[in-house]
Design a protein around this ligand. Structure first.
Ligand code: MF3
Ligand code: CO
Ligand code: CO
Length: 262
């Protein structure tokens, strides 16, 4: 359990990785419409990977003896929280919400980013869920400054989400990121302000709130990947790769961000 802080030159490479990941994810998101399958979205992401000469962080990933992950995207529709596998028979419909998670390696460093899209016209309840999850990530990003603690991030996300009547998933957490997709430290979306380690310049973390409309409990499907809400309520997920700098947060997977400017 040790954190690998990044140098300025490593951060520059991670920024390039973040921009490429963001560009490919954006292309995928623009193709997400009713009638399009999650398999087709995965194909679009594969073409982006080839075009930019990067590699997938997801394809073949098999932590803890899981079956190797078969896609380059995670496509998590409606009650799927995370790790939905792209499939030809998983077709987007009007009113769906879908989390799309994408990660790459570029010059030895990883970028990991996700967002939840609303397909066509979505019910107000689903729209609120998506907006609360998005806003929870923004609140967390603003706290990625030196001196704050990991518990401040978890507490802010949990307090905000629960104040809106939703729940945060405990079983999956954000993470340090760098030469590996998943590095120390863990970054939970729950916790207590003023606890856990302090953030220092050079720390890079993927912050990724997963918000359920109902209970926080998770069930894994028989494919050993797909994580759904136990009560089958809707779930949303947003993620950015964020560097802590002396100037403040730098959202590496957001093109308009620069150190200290969200
Ligand atoms: N990108 C996910 C995360 O945010 C992990 C996906 S693992 C995969 O940490 F194998 F499903 F791709
Ligand atoms: Co991710
Ligand atoms: Co992640």
């Amino acid at each position: 359990m040790s954190i690998r802080y990044k140098s300025e030159s490593e951060l520059a490479i991670m920024r390039d990785a973040g921009l490429i990941a963001a560009e490919i994810l954006e292309t995928v998101c623009q193709a997400a419409k009713p009638g399009v399958s999650t398999w087709e979205l995965d194909q679009i992401a594969r073409r982006g990977i080839e075009k930019h000469k990067v590699t997938s962080a997801f394809l073949g990933y098999n932590p803890g003896g899981k079956p190797p992950y078969p896609g380059v995207l995670c496509t998590s529709r409606n009650e799927v929280i995370v790790h939905g596998i792209p499939r030809k028979n998983d077709v987007l419909a009007d009113g769906d919400i879908i989390g799309i998670d994408f990660g790459i390696f570029h010059k030895g460093f990883c970028a990991d980013t996700a967002r939840t899209l609303m397909i066509g016209s979505v019910s107000p309840a689903r729209e609120k869920l998506v907006e609360v999850c998005r806003a929870a990530l923004e609140a967390a990003i603003a706290l990625c400054v030196p001196g704050n603690r990991l518990g401040d991030i978890g507490s802010a996300v949990q307090t905000f989400v629960e104040s809106k009547g939703f729940s945060v998933v405990r079983q999956f957490v954000g993470h340090g990121i760098g030469r590996a997709m998943h590095e120390d430290p863990q970054v939970p979306n729950f916790g207590k302000a003023g606890t856990e380690r302090r953030l220092k310049p050079g720390l890079v973390i993927a912050v990724e709130p997963m918000v359920n409309a109902g209970a926080p409990d998770v069930e894994e499907l028989d494919d050993d990947w797909t994580a759904v809400t136990k009560d089958r309520s809707m779930s949303a997920h947003f993620e950015h790769t964020i560097a802590v700098t002396e100037k403040g947060p730098w959202v590496l997977t957001r093109p308009t961000s620069s150190p200290g400017s969200l």
